[in-house]
Design a protein around this ligand. Sequence first.
Ligand code: NAD
Length: 642
Amino acid sequence: MTSFQHTAHPTRVVFGTGTLDRVADEVERLGRGRVLVLASADLAAAGDRIEKVLGPLVVARFDDAAMHTPVEVTARALEVMRGAGADCVVAVGGGSTTGLAKALAVRSGVDQVILPSTYAGSEVTPILGETADGRKTTRSSPDILPETVIYDVDLSAGMPVPIAVTSAVNALAHAVEALYSPDVDPIVEWLALDAITRLGRGLRRLPAEPHAQEVREDLLHGAWLAGTCLSAVGMGLHHKLCHTLGGSFDLPHAPVHAVVLPHALAYNAAAAPDVVRRIAAALDVIDPGDVPGAVHDLVLRAGGPVALSELGMAAGDLERAVDLAVEHPYPNPAPLTRAGIAALLREAWEGNRPATADGVRTTRITRTVLDTLSGTPDPRLHALMSDLVKRLHAFAVDNDLTQAEWEQGIDFLTRTGQMCSDVRQEFVMLSDTLGLSSVVDVLANSRTPDSTASAVLGPFYLEGPPELPQGVDITGGFGGTPLHVDVHVTDTDGRPVADAVVDVWQSDEDGFYDLQLPELDGPVLRGRLRTDADGRLRFWSIVPSEYPLPMDGPVGAMLTATGRHAYRAPHMHFMIDAPGRRQLITQLFPVGGRYLDSDAVFAVKPDLIVDFAARSGPTPDGREVAGEWRELTFTFRLGADA
Ligand code: NAD
């Protein structure tokens, strides 16, 4: 049961294109007839158009609104308004002009009709921020809330791209912080996610299609929803920091939002993982751990500012900004610490791309490369390639890789490739010895816990081994402790799997595979067998022994250079295929074998360590064996085909 409270603010909203022409109707709808028009130098033409539409309803005009609503400007505008006997203000402009309209309304009770020209969102909030003597204070009251908002896409479309970008990120910040506000409710959540989707989509397209109507419509619609979120719930770290930076260091409002948002998100990400996941979905970001970085990229690609230093903030002011930011506590997902805020502001000042949740940083070149991948049609390939590029670049950056080291790496990989042939797979061995094959294998296993654990294929598998009958001896005359293999293949319910194709391969007593012994004529200690009607398979072999990986190639050199031994624990390989069953590639390791705890390819799993039981006397099929022999019994459980 979710319980919540939600207050909807009673502003009338008119949304569309060419809606400016309805301004006279909207003033009359409020029962008002004496209008003060508020505009600014940048929007003088829009102010003139409004005057024309309003005709005789206009009694005065004021074009001097300023950012952060200084009280002196309000005093002058109030004088003009009172002098003209206005009962309504019609304001066209961004948050600054709206702020002035609100300041007049709260002092005099006049009605407000706002035509927003930016995405600030102030027009739907009952909040007013004012500056007096260099200090910005904020208050909230129903009297501040505008009666009517006319959103005209044509009007906001006149906003130059640089202003549109920062303004849209300002709106995005309202929606983001609403999602992790302690007061969030289902309506706000819904509005916020829709706002994020629209703003993200608009911001992505804005640089290439600055005049596309759908783009500007998305942004304005998103801005309205985001402003509604701002009016409904309290904001956290991001807004408080921007308030401090804007008010105390006279930095421009929307650009500060654009710079700070990725870093505030990074600060809060670990404390609000669900929110970050939902933002990732709304913004189409594949890796939720990279949402802060993706927001940084969005701003950068749209041409917005990413560094406080770019906005003119002095490095020497950072310390004081930290002091101000931690002065008054307020609710925020991650606890506010001095060190944390100081680090955040330093990153924002330098304009760094926030690291991913697992600490990966990327460079400007990385972002350019990622851009070139953005048209990859296959989404999985896109995700894998993008992440590979990010991690490779981060590897170089984090380790300060030198040219010589990089060349050595390229040479190593070249030699690894050159070493590969039909009978030698140096790349598989590289993957095995770096543990990558086993990591992939463990991932596969964790998805199929009820079937027998798999283990890496290894470099000595040969396609199409010879077909051999049940009961065969695969040793080809090689000496060693005789081993009778008597295994079963079943499904995960224990039902026998008949006619399963089982490829087996193993080393000889000295640790060599047939592929490593050029003097041998044909395959030895390997073969393809089939289970009988009971899912059973029997054959003779020898007990496998430990062996070193071949050391004559680059992988061997790598093992030597890193002081590692090259030994595999003794094991026998199995690859099992049956219709309707998932293929199983695995290895069985004799109990007590050497290197079980330090296998060079990290393939040993407890479930695969099996007693190759010591026996003497008569053998199951009557074969003559002098002295001790061993018996391997095991049941392989195959999962159903996906
Ligand atoms: P703004 O209103 O100061 O506008 C920024 C600049 O863009 C100005 O020079 C303006 O003349 C110009 N401009 C605006 N629209 C334009 C257009 N269509 N074409 C060309 N130029 C245009 O900035 P803003 O970001 O919209 O608002 C910032 C102010 O709003 C701050 O004071 C902030 O505190 C306040 N604000 C208040 C709330 C609230 O709920 N009280 C919410 C958001 C912002």
